[in-house]
Design a protein around this ligand. Structure first.
Ligand code: C2O
Ligand code: CU
Length: 744
């Protein structure tokens, strides 16, 4: 197979605005932004440069320095002055740190040299740094600066500039003096480009047809408000369309029911067809026991249950118990822990719940189809200790999902392989606990504990609660309590909750005042065509708070932020391991081969900037046309260069392994990956060199574009366990391997 990768130096060449100076070489600048390859002044790109052979050695040289650094360039007034700003994210309990509106938050530190004495520039005594969006309003003062290191505080604009001016004093509140240094945020380099020059095939009218495409497809729904490249209009997936159909009318899906199982209890679970009417379209879907989501299984921590599963769908399948440290042969991975359960067949699972918290079950075979069609459900594992959580008035288990509908109904899937292989299949209708309109009624003063699970194929959510009547009012404070496998060391208050596919977060919210509140997903997508951010706000549900006062006031407990001594003590056993060097390194990247030329070319024009998270599906047609014929997402062992299923890692129960994971910024279409490890638990130690100071056991970690993340994996459970990206289409493209853990 002829494989293509981009050469990493290309990025830097593309960014060079002033090749003569390299501000990053100022003394003291942290690794993140120093020691970058020098700019060469090479052309932005040519198709030839893209054919360079894949680079030798596997680690990206720098974790995406161009996404984490701002070079400060001197204006005429600044003489020799130069500088660089490092962007680090303030701590958050999530894989990325964003505002409730979904803007990425960064702490800025400036390293400046050769600023002249300000008095030499006129009547000035000090230098002051400012941040401003590209429209130059507002201009926010960051503070006085001088040669050396300067903490500038936090900035959360989508695109912005940093300015340094000479001023009469460090106390000025408005910028009036001469500009001496200026720099632009990495995001600001994303601009509308001259598409005719950059992507001729993507601009071509009429579009150039792809000779390998399947002609059987209708073009899927577009993303409203984002113009499409005309040359893309002829692109079609190179696989044929697939939509499961059923002869006899299937029953209507029912809402989820709660199944409380005692230790030793048994659940009969079947996967089969259901009918639904969603936003005026009749669709045929799958369900567990006819329910959307599947039955909510409630068990006590420490119990073992049996599940008699039968497959009434036309596809081979299996049930994976995500996050549960169960016996390997019941992990539900066809080809690894069991044979697929063929249509009409059965399998008996034995599921032991070692850890308290929220888990979920879903198929592990053509997950992109089966999970999207409705096969997913939660398990809520009640802790043994009564004081494990704070008292609340109510607990809500909420499964977040989206589904992709055209006017006619469901958009078909790829038959021979998944399509939407590049970015995953974003839905255009949100389903919260299976419904486009989720609602909840509580009394004023009630505290609700939400157990959120992201069951979507690829979408990362940014959830907040705001008053319906005033969407500009501040969001309700959210107390963050736990995540995938139990509680945080310390509770914290946030304004929004970010969760990537398969992640869970346990949070508490106090609804103190009567009224209607919206559960929102609020993100900043990218209009790739115009090179601008595009805000997307979606209402996922409503909470109606009645005028009646709560029957039990738990506000005091809500306002108390607990330190969880049990979690701290558990993690204490591992702290000695935190600082050692990594045992293994993984690189997450992408290989593409033979994509339609219009897609290859048009992917280049926004190439110089990638959002830490691709929040929404603003390139629905281009993404739709990609399939296994052309896209392979890669997990690569940096030591051996083995990729995906060729990676062979084996450990013993009791081993503690530190893994450094690079999400390659230089990939053809770099994006985030939620990486999941079966049957074990791990801690996220640090990202881009910044230590995580409030830990929680995880089974899935969101790895933003260009990031380098260290995790500490505890091997507590023998067997053969999958490691994979939980974007369903990335998994289908092969982004997975098996971890062998030998028993003692
Ligand atoms: Cu949700 Cu391989 O898992
Ligand atoms: Cu992925």
């Amino acid at each position: 197979m002829h494989r293509r990768r981009f050469h990493p130096a290309l990025t830097v060449a593309a960014l060079a605005t002033c090749p003569a100076l390299l501000p990053a070489q100022i003394a003291g600048v942290p690794d993140l932004c120093s020691d970058r390859p020098p700019a060469t002044g090479a052309p932005l790109f040519s198709l030839d440069t893209r054919q360079q052979p894949s680079r030798a050695g596997s680690r990206p040289e720098r974790p995406a320095s161009d996404l984490s650094c701002i070079d400060l360039f001197s204006t005429g007034a600044g003489g020799e002055a130069t500088g660089v700003i490092t962007l680090t994210r303030p701590w958050s309990p999530f894989g990325v740190t964003v505002t409730p509106e979904g803007r990425h938050r960064h702490d800025l530190t400036a390293w400046i040299s050769d600023l002249p004495d300000p008095t030499t520039l006129g009547d000035y005594q000090a230098y002051v740094a400012w941040a401003t969006p590209l429209v130059l309003d507002p201009v926010v003062k960051l503070g006085q600066v001088q040669n050396g290191e300067n903490a500038l505080g936090e900035v959360a604009f989508n695109k912005y500039m940093v300015l340094v001016t000479a001023e009469a004093s460090g106390d000025v509140t408005e910028r009036t003096g001469p500009l001496v240094l200026r720099g632009r945020s990495p995001s600001s380099r994303m601009e509308a480009h001259d598409l005719m020059a950059l992507a001729p095939a993507a601009e071509a009218r009429p579009a150039i047809p792809d000779p390998f495409a399947s002609p059987l497809w209708e073009v899927p729904p577009r993303y409203e408000g984002v113009p499409m490249l005309p040359g893309i209009m002829a692109a079609r997936p190179r696989v044929s369309p697939l939509l499961p159909t059923v002869d006899t009318p299937a029953p209507l899906a029912e809402p989820r029911q709660i199944v409380e199982l005692p230790d030793g209890g048994t659940l009969d679970l079947f996967a089969g067809f259901v009918r639904r009417r969603i936003q005026g379209r009749d669709v045929t879907m799958f369900a567990f026991n006819g329910q959307h989501p599947g039955p909510l299984i409630k068990v006590d921590q420490g119990s073992t249950i049996f599940v008699n599963f039968s497959n009434d769908t036309p596809f081979p399948t299996a049930v994976h118990w995500h996050g549960v440290r169960l016996e390997n042969r019941f992990d539900g991975v066809p080809g690894v822990t069991q044979d697929p359960v063929k249509p009409g067949e059965t399998f008996r699972y034995q599921v032991h719940f070692r850890d308290a918290g929220i888990y979920w079950y879903h198929p592990h075979h053509r997950e992109d189809v089966q999970q999207e069609l409705g096969l997913s459900g939660n398990m809520l594992v009640e802790p043994i200790s009564e004081a494990y959580y704070s008292p609340v008035n109510r607990e809500e288990v909420v499964m977040l999902d989206d589904i992709l509908l055209s006017e006619a109904g469901l958009v078909p899937f790829g038959a021979e392989s998944s399509n939407y292989m590049l970015m995953g299949r974003f839905g255009n209708v949100f389903l919260t606990n299976g419904e486009p309109e989720y609602s909840l009624e509580v009394d004023a003063g009630d505290v609700v504990r939400f157990h959120f699970t992201n069951a979507s194929n690829t979408r990362t959510f940014n959830l907040s609660f705001r008053p319906m009547a005033d969407p500009s009012a501040s969001p309700l404070p959210i107390k963050i309590v736990g995540s995938d496998v139990g509680k945080f060391e310390r509770e914290a208050v946030v304004e929004s909750v970010v969760l990537a596919p398969a992640e869970r977060y346990v949070v508490e919210v106090l609804f103190d005042e009567a009224g209607a509140y919206a559960l929102l997903n609020h993100v900043q997508g990218i209009n790739h065509r115009m090179g601008v951010f595009r805000e997307e706000v979606s209402t996922l549900g409503a909470v109606a708070v009645s005028g009646v006062r709560t029957s039990a006031d738990h506000s005091h407990a809500f306002e108390t932020l607990r330190t969880n001594a049990d979690v701290v003590a558990d993690i204490d056993q591992y702290r000695d391991e935190f600082d050692r060097s990594p045992d293994r390194e993984l690189v997450l990247t992408l290989e593409v081969d033979g994509l339609p030329i219009a897609i290859e070319q048009s992917m280049l024009y926004d190439w110089i900037y990638f959002n830490p998270v691709e929040w929404t599906g603003t390139m629905p047609v281009m993404n739709w046309a990609t399939s296994g014929a052309g896209v392979e997402w890669i997990l690569r062992d940096a030591e051996t260069d083995d990729e995906n299923m060729d990676i062979s890692w084996s450990f013993r129960v009791g081993d503690i392994v530190k893994i450094r994971i690079h999400n390659d910024r230089g990939a053809f279409h770099a994006m985030q990956h939620p990486l999941h490890i079966h049957g074990q638990r791990f801690l996220v130690l640090e990202q881009n060199g910044v230590r995580n100071t409030n830990l929680v056991w995880k089974d899935t970690v969101l790895l933003p574009t260009g990031s380098t993340t260290d995790i500490l994996l505890e091997l507590s459970n023998p067997g053969r366990w999958m490691v994979h990206c939980h974007i369903a289409e990335h998994l289908e493209s092969g982004m997975k391997f098996v971890l062998d853990v030998e028993g003692n």
